[in-house]
Design a protein around this ligand. Structure first.
Ligand SMILES: [Zn+2]
Length: 53
């Protein structure tokens, strides 16, 4: 339940999910786009933004 769409957008913006092991990673959006973030569990750098269904 989200009361504040802006807050939700902000939260989801900085949360990414590893495509390989599905672990969640919180990192600044810009760093992920620049490829500076990799999964700390498996080292994979393919991340997708967390999305709510
Ligand atoms: Zn991973």
């Amino acid at each position: 339940m989200v009361k504040f769409p802006e807050a939700e957008a902000r939260l989801l913006k900085n949360i990414f999910v590893c495509r390989k092991c599905k672990s969640k990673i919180r990192a600044p959006n810009i760093k992920v786009i620049l490829g500076k973030i990799s999964c700390r569990k498996c080292g994979h750098s393919a991340l997708k933004p967390a999305r709510k269904k």
